[in-house]
Design a binder for this molecule. Sequence first.
Ligand code: TYD
Length: 205
Amino acid sequence: MFISFEGLDGSGKTTQAQLLAETLRSHGRDVLFLREPGGTEISERIREILLDKKHLHMTQISEILLFSAARAQLISEVIRPALEKNCFVICDRYADSTTAYQGFGRGLNLETVRAINAAATGGLWPEKTIFLDVPISELISRREKSGLPLDRMESGGLEFFERIRQGYLHLCKEEPRRIVRIDGMRSVDALRQEIWSVLASTFTS
Ligand code: TYD
């Protein structure tokens, strides 16, 4: 079973993805928790290049190819072997991030993005994707409170984030059976319960 979590930076998706992994483990399941970009030696090195603020001149096509290269390596080395062993794979971001950030956010041609995603994933998509939706104004105030510095991707500005959110909403409409939008403006525990009940039918089917 393959589940991914999507959302903007600071939406709380990582917390929820980790909580789901813990809950599944407490039910005796084998769970592999991964974050993108990363998860293999090659993918972690690509991650450093992608997030480094020195690389502000990176072209959009280099950016999408690097994210996709990191993913292709992760799929081949880690995700496919784990799924073959019947392990639960929970991924904090997957190829929908590429559609939302590089396609809608950066404005790359959506057909090109689709073709690159198809090549990088080899057609492997999660059974369910949880999109944690939080308004941009809330994300900004969370970020200000955290005091953390921005990485290269997070330096894109307000309109960039608004376009990404619209991209995710578009994907939810396009693939309503796979991608479930969850209103992220609730407590960690309320969200954990809702996500569990959304996924319960997937787990038992
Ligand atoms: P990360 O620190 O892992 O952020 P988060 O905790 O929000 O997932 O950084 C990943 C950044 O890369 C994040 O800003 C989203 C972006 N990204 C893309 O632009 N395209 C992609 O395909 C992926 C996987 C991530």
